[in-house]
Design a protein around this ligand. Structure first.
Ligand SMILES: Nc1ncnc2c1ncn2[C@@H]1O[C@H](COP(=O)(O)OP(=O)(O)O)[C@@H](O)[C@H]1O
Ligand SMILES: [Mg+2]
Length: 379
């Protein structure tokens, strides 16, 4: 990432040809689907996901047949200067990153109807939110690997002074690789701070932002001056959910969730999931601390703490690139080492217990002999 990438938008060729009306949008979609439209070189093939500010589509480049993802700002959002500024900022920020766990953003352009779009590498996989709602909690080796990859991506963004501000399972994509491997790709830098922004996150015109369950207390309070610890809080909330299958700060309404975040009340992870090592509660509590001054200072430090609690070396980069089998193996050998230590400890205790029993029996026998002698003499 370089400063120059933030000053200019490499604009893709604008569409001028053949825009056509797409199929009808789903409930909640504020705009007509663009499936079937041609935007510049891009043929919009299908819709991937619908967001508050825009829609993500799969598209084909006419020039070379390459498949890409295109995020298009909703036309009504395009009429809002702050929304347009936010969209451009999202593009400029993400375009500047070159990191294996951050989505590659490629180009930016204007649609024939005056909206804007950005192109990205097309990822094959699904967001963590879908995996969690289908599978519940994840195996520790999988959760640890995801945390390490996230920590690496977050640290990269932080090293350029970029705070993501909206880390949540829907923005953590798990790309499917060869042999079923999965790789984190951090998405959606649409919440990075804008100079002209004064209010809370712009929503899609009346619709509410999703659950604030991963929002740091300082964001819940409405503060806009954030530092890396806001993302550390969100990372810890995501880790909690992956390891327990439960959301740390849950509630029927956004207000209920926010009040729990502000009070800092959540059920200890080991109560939700007793198979977790007890030390997990300390690591998660430190990451989720309400007061950021006493919260874990960086994403890497959080990931290191988590690895240590599972008895692993705090090698975040190593575990980010390790296979699941290797991490499982490391966890298993750690567990069997623990069991060996426990068995040795117990047998040492037993031996100690055994010799004290001998002492006790000898003492009783001696008492009996002495009592018998005393009784004989007295009588
Ligand atoms: N490059 C991509 N490849 C495949 N799917 C993507 C890509 N980018 C986003 N998505 C999908 O679209 C969803 C919304 O993308 P996101 O960038 O978070 O937009 P929004 O600002 O609407 O939240 C993601 O959760 C993911 O499922
Ligand atoms: Mg998103």
């Amino acid at each position: 990432m370089s400063a120059s990438t933030h000053s200019e938008l490499p604009v893709e060729r604008d569409a001028s040809d053949g825009a056509s009306e797409g199929s009808c949008a789903p409930a909640g979609c504020p705009a007509v689907s663009r499936v079937g439209e041609v935007i510049g070189d891009l043929e919009i093939e299908s819709r991937i996901a619908e967001g508050a500010m825009g829609c993500v589509y799969r598209a084909r480049r006419r020039a070379n047949g390459e498949r890409v993802a295109v995020k298009i700002l909703h036309p009504d959002a395009a009429a809002e200067p702050v929304a347009v500024e936010r969209f451009k900022r999202e593009y400029e920020t993400a375009f500047g990153f070159d990191h294996p766990h951050i989505v590659r953003v490629r180009g930016f352009g204007e649609t024939p109807d005056g909206s804007y779009y950005m192109t990205m590498e097309l990822l094959d996989g699904e967001p963590l939110s879908s995996i969690l709602s289908r599978e519940g909690k994840l195996a520790p080796e999988r959760a640890l690997r995801i945390v390490c990859q996230m920590a690496s991506a977050i640290e990269h963004a932080h090293s350029y002074g970029v705070i993501h501000r909206d880390l949540k399972p829907a923005n953590i994509f798990l790309e499917r690789g060869p042999g079923g491997t999965e790789r984190v790709k951090l998405l959606d830098f649409g919440s990075v701070k804008l100079q002209l922004e004064t209010g809370p996150k712009l929503t899609a015109f009346g619709t509410t932002v999703g659950s604030p369950s991963y929002m740091s207390p300082e964001q819940a309070e409405g503060l806009t001056e954030l530092d890396p610890r806001a993302d550390v809080f969100s990372l810890a909330a995501v880790a909690y959910e992956m390891l327990t299958g439960a959301v740390a700060f849950d509630g029927e309404t956004a207000a209920e969730v926010l009040s729990k975040i502000l009070r800092g009340t959540f059920t200890p992870a080991s109560v939700r999931e007793p198979s977790l090592p007890l030390g997990i509660n300390l690591v998660l509590a430190a990451g989720l601390r309400r007061d950021k001054a006493s919260r874990t200072g960086s994403a890497r430090e959080f990931a290191e703490g988590l690895l240590r609690v599972f008895g692993l070396e705090p090698d975040v980069d190593g575990f980010a690139s390790a296979s699941l089998e290797a991490i499982r193996g490391a966890l298993d050998s750690r567990r069997s080492r623990d069991i060996t230590v426990r068995v040795e400890q117990e047998s040492a205790d037993d031996e100690a217990g055994g010799s004290s029993a001998v002492v006790w029996i000898s003492a009783c026998a001696a008492t009996l002999v002495v009592s018998a002698v005393v009784a004989y003499l007295v009588l």
